[in-house]
Design a protein around this ligand. Structure first.
Ligand code: ZN
Length: 476
């Protein structure tokens, strides 16, 4: 009896001596990033090198991989708020709900637990910082669409760093249709400043302001910050980004810099949020560019891991799949390299078309629009257009000129049917398939490296990820 007690005590001491705890945790969530969004990116990159196969991303080379199912308590297909809640807290909830259990009681997120244990916390995204996935780490509201309330809760988190597009609704929205804002409500910018946050608009401003900032919110530069009622939905897609615009890589770099200079332990969540938006509009080329974008952010975390291999954990996963993306749509061929001819997102093309229409009015001609289709999607050049497709495009152009275009509604934006058709002609020939403009129930991937990474293998539920992260940190 005495002997076994001694042995247990020795084992406990040895365990304590050799147990490694993660001091730096990176949690990457590709919103809507199903396995095929990842594989399409790798196969596209290989095709661009003139070969069949995969060009591995950084995170797919992590030593431990698993799969994760994503259903919510209310449906087999989750939305981002229920999935985010599960990934942030380990508890499932119903679609639409953010940070609350189905009975309305609040969950505790790993970001909150680690903050309470003295860790630095950063929450970042390529969409707005009050959106469902980032919000799942700090907000507790009945519905994800309560953006203003989510923002007021953000202001009170005490988290060190936020990064993303800005707020979706910087003021309280009284009438969604007519865009009437409650002018009496304090703006979220004001509330955050009152709570000790400094706003940096763009990476250069971040560098100028960081030393004197206690807590930081890094956002996409835009005019009229304090008086702006319409917030920014997203930082530009990678495919559309201009040099001076904020990128997810810059946000991640700033977050690592800010947290590591102030804390000896930190947790950073990075969301590739625009992968979902592009998948909702079935915009394959834009999806691929944004998966690459998130992978570039992962590379920064991986470089950090290489300098702190015994103290760092990186977990990469997705909240769900979006679009029902398929690799193959008709026969035994895949031709993803064709997507290189798409030069802007379908959103950006639709906006450019609107601008042209405004500029030229009734004088806008089909040859002008056809040139746009050549330049933006490679149509009529590298991407062949059948006589039927040509007829359809010209018909849609005529309708547009008459002001009778049937707009295509994607989840976050409305686009011209001409833009949608052009994108789909390219998708068909690239052999990409899409089953839906919504989410699917497809299992998503999990990739991990570092302290405790071996726990993330196998077939998992999305409620298991957060507890495994907590286990790696040693925080109760
Ligand atoms: Zn999502």
């Amino acid at each position: 009896m005495k002997k076994s007690f001694l042995l247990s005590a020795l084992l406990l001491i040895a365990g304590a001596l050799f147990a490694q705890e993660a001091k730096y945790v990176f949690y990457f969530i590709g919103d809507g990033m199903g396995q095929n969004q990842v594989l399409a990116t790798e196969m596209y990159l290989a095709e661009m090198q003139g070969r069949i196969g995969v060009q591995p991303l950084c995170f797919t080379q992590f030593p431990f991989t698993g799969q994760c199912v994503t259903f919510s308590t209310s449906n087999g297909i989750t939305d981002s708020s229920a999935a985010g809640t599960a990934l942030a807290s380990g508890e499932k909830t119903k679609n639409g709900t953010l940070g609350l259990r189905p009975d309305g009681t609040p969950v505790t997120t790993i970001a909150e637990r680690l903050r309470d244990a003295g860790w630095g916390v950063g929450i970042t995204t390529s969409v707005s910082i009050d959106h469902a996935t980032p919000g799942a780490f700090y907000a507790h509201v009945d519905h994800r669409s309560e953006y203003y309330k989510i923002g007021t809760q953000l202001a009170e988190t005490g988290f060190d760093f936020f990064g993303g597009a800005t707020f979706y609704h910087p003021h309280l929205l009284l009438d969604k249709k007519q865009r009437i804002w409650d002018e009496a409500s304090p703006s979220l910018y004001q509330l955050c400043r009152e709570n000790g946050y400094t706003f940096a608009r763009g990476y250069t401003e971040y560098q100028n302001l960081k030393d004197n900032a206690q807590k930081m919110i890094l956002i996409q530069p835009h005019e009229g910050l304090t008086d702006d009622y319409e917030g920014e939905g997203m930082i530009p897609y990678r495919i559309d980004r201009k040099e001076d615009e904020l990128s997810l890589t810059q946000i991640t770099e700033a977050a690592i810099d800010f947290l590591s200079s102030r804390h000896d332990r930190f947790f950073l969540m990075v969301e590739g949020g625009a992968i979902d938006w592009a998948s909702h509009s079935n915009d394959g080329a834009t999806v691929i560019h944004d998966v690459i974008d998130m992978d570039e952010a992962v590379r920064l975390a991986f470089e950090f891991y290489l300098t702190h291999p015994d103290e760092t954990l990186i977990v990469v996963t997705a909240d769900h799949e979006t679009g029902g993306m398929a690799l193959g749509n008709s026969d035994y061929t895949l031709n993803l390299q064709l997507l290189q001819h798409q030069r802007k997102s379908v959103f950006a093309f639709s906006n450019a078309l609107k601008e042209m229409h405004k500029q030229y009015g009734n004088k806008l001609s089909w040859p002008q629009v056809r040139t746009m289709l050549e330049n933006s999607f490679g149509l009529y050049q590298a991407v062949a257009v059948t006589p039927e497709q040509d007829k359809q495009l010209q018909q849609q152009f005529k309708q547009l000129m008459k002001g009778k275009d049937k707009k295509v509604k994607t989840l976050y934006k409305e686009i011209d049917s001409l833009a949608d058709t052009a994108m789909r002609i390219l998708a068909v020939q690239s052999k990409l398939g899409w089953t839906t403009g919504a989410h699917s129930a497809a299992a998503v991937g999990v990739w991990a490296v570092g302290v405790g990474a071996e726990r993330f293998t196998g077939w998992q539920n999305n409620t298991q990820i957060a507890p495994k992260i907590m286990l790696a940190t040693g925080v109760n």
